[in-house]
Design a protein around this ligand. Structure first.
Ligand SMILES: *Cc1c(COP(=O)(O)O)cnc(C)c1O
Length: 401
């Protein structure tokens, strides 16, 4: 095992994702030989002299130790590992997924700018945009997530600074044509930000031209429903300067203990993801065969309206998808079904090892949403899918005839 592992993930394209995730961010011989990097906590960093302190502060945009909030060795290990997952060069770790959305939005936007946000965006991102961001004199406009290149072209203005994307969309699972959006946005000098939490490594944002990729590490990377973290990954020195300066200015930070948990989660990410994706597809296909179900919203199934785009741009799937019931069922029927499930917890978040169910609740302002029936979202965990299917069958059988 070499004592240093490369910082630039592009240096190891020959290795598979599984192999890279066992090695990313480790450098064991630099860390006294133990397999895993330790948790290193600290606020004050001591320096040998005033001159040495000045010298290290000059390099504060690199992985050096200046002060606790700038990050320490445990952060650096996770930064390297997530940059590798995303295929970018530099990564920031922040305290939550939502903070990972807020930092780049605030980094790029200023009063007088125009910002385009997909109508299918994660709800709390909309709350941030409609509240604080609008309040600072930034014009926020929502757009149809299924916009094509010409449609995006028509929305872009001379002051459009940011196009915010998320693919597939939260709860509604529209797959966006990211390369088309990127082409139009870049012609107008706008940055494309993407919430890539669903895609994880199956969507390589920088290969498709995205400028800033965001992940809620809370989800599959943490993987055990016991850690909140987010990441902001970029691929150019200019973008790094912009997001890193905002991170510092806003006093962002993540606990090294949580970074350590995320690194632990990362080692089993490929195998969990593969199994959960398979279990999820099995459950989704079975649901599609049931007469009570109008449709599933799963990009990896051929029935999904943007399955072709998913196939073109993604190399795999996770286990989060939507289920739409036939229009004859009421919200009360849907909630009774969800309430009656034995193996699905009812709650927010996803990406853990356990299955979850959540009624679909979305706000749309640019495009009317016609799901055609009551809907809920399923996250499929590591349980035996046969048990989950039996549970769902009981619930569907109990719906009013
Ligand atoms: C959960 C989630 C987030 C936010 O993550 P937190 O760590 O809970 O703040 C952001 N984007 C998407 C798509 C999510 O599902």
């Amino acid at each position: 095992m070499p004592d240093t592992l490369p910082h630039a993930p592009a240096a190891r394209p020959d290795l598979s994702f599984e192999t890279r995730m066992t090695q990313a961010g480790r450098a064991p011989l630099r860390r006294h030989g133990f397999v895993n990097p330790p948790v290193q906590r600290g606020s004050t960093v001591l320096h040998a002299s005033c001159e040495a302190m000045d010298a290290v502060h000059q390099r504060s945009f690199e992985q050096v130790l200046t002060y606790g909030t700038a990050g320490g060795p445990t952060h650096h290990a996770l930064e390297d590992a997530i940059a590798e997952v995303e295929g970018g060069t530099r990564c920031l770790i922040v305290g939550t997924g939502l903070a990972a959305i807020a930092v780049p939005l605030l980094a790029y936007l200023k009063a007088g700018d125009h910002c385009l946000i997909a109508d299918s965006i994660y709800g709390p991102t909309r709350r941030l945009a409609d509240g604080l961001i609008r309040g600072w004199g930034i014009e926020v406009e929502y757009y149809d997530p299924l916009v094509d290149e010409a449609g995006m072209e028509a929305l872009l203005r001379s002051n459009t600074r940011v196009v915010m994307t998320e693919s597939p969309g939260s709860h509604t699972f529209e797959v966006q044509d990211i390369p088309a959006i990127v082409r139009a946005a870049h012609r107008h000098g706008a940055k494309v930000l993407m919430d890539n939490t669903w895609g994880i490594h199956h969507f390589q944002p920088f290969q498709h031209g995205v400028d800033v990729s965001i992940q809620a590490l809370t989800k599959y990377v943490g993987g055990h429903s016991d850690v909140l973290l987010g990441s902001v990954t970029v691929n150019t020195p200019e973008d790094w300067q912009t997001v890193r300066a905002a991170y510092v200015a806003l006093g962002q930070f993540a606990s090294p203990d949580d970074c350590w948990l995320a690194l632990r989660g990362l080692r089993t990410l490929p195998v969990r993801l593969k199994q959960q994706a398979e279990n999820g597809l099995e459950v989704a296909r079975w649901l599609e065969s049931r007469p009570e179900v109008a449709r599933t919203l799963h990009p990896a199934l051929p029935s999904h309206p943007q399955h072709g785009i998913w196939k073109r741009d993604f190399t795999g799937t996770c286990s989060l998808f939507g289920v739409v019931l036939q229009p004859r069922y009421s919200r009360q029927d849907m909630c009774a079904l969800v309430d009656g499930l034995h193996h699905f917890g009812i709650g927010a978040s996803w990406g853990g090892y356990e299955s979850l169910a959540l009624p679909t609740a979305v706000t749309r302002t640019a495009t009317p949403l016609a799901l055609g029936g009551q809907a809920f979202r399923l996250h499929i965990g590591l349980e035996d899918p046969a048990d989950l299917i039996a549970d769902l069958a009981r619930g569907l059988d109990a719906l009013p005839r």
